[in-house]
Design a protein around this ligand. Sequence first.
Ligand code: F6R
Length: 255
Amino acid sequence: MEVIIQSTPEHAAHQAAVRIAQSIRRKPALVIGLATGSTPLRLYDELVRMNREEGLDLSQITTFNLDEYLGLPATHPASYRRFMQENFFGRTNINPQRTFVPDGMAADIPLHCREYEERIKAAGGIDIQVLGIGSDGHIGFNEPTSSLASRTRDKVLTEQTRRDNARFFQKPEDVPYVCLTMGIGTILDSRQCLLLAFGAHKAEAVAAAVEGPLTSMIPASALQLHADAKVYVDEAAAARLKLRDYYDYAVKHSP
Ligand code: F6R
């Protein structure tokens, strides 16, 4: 894994946005996997700015979101479809027809999950997958002990994740217990992964994912198996990394 440590979340998000923008300029029909939550907000702001001010054309990209809450319609204020619409899609020239988010209201969940996987394949696979990390080490909503070979499916959220995400709901008890999420196998199939993590509350999960053993107890550690995974962190999220100096040195000397 390549670890890129920046002084602030803004700098880290900017670096990740520049990487994505370069890829879009090379391949305008790029297929991008997207995350929700607080972490990617600065990245989306930066891509929106590049779209408006720097001529970054997003009209041909296709996007696949990692996850959605089961039982929430797209119109629900806490649904991830709505989150994406408000924070990214609706602020750009992205073609809404090419934005895919798992449907939390699908009548036949196993069928819907299989079709989601098929749709990703039909689009040519995911070129760049954007990821955040949960304080319990989850990526997507693959909670600890998720199979490292898992595909898109329903998953019961841990109590910790429900607590962490309660801020998006009116009452903590409104947070659904179940979600739909791409699997770890789905994520590992992407050509490049960009994991972003900011703040001291992510430091332990980041260190376990990057430097700990490969284990389903820390689902993000599965990225150790990925040939092209980059981790963008601010100083606070990097605080528990043992090889911190090496990462700076490697970025400085990399060809
Ligand atoms: C959301 C997702 C999750 C979040 C993680 C961190 O689509 O896939 O893995 O990235 O829960 O959430 P924040 O960024 O809110 O700390």
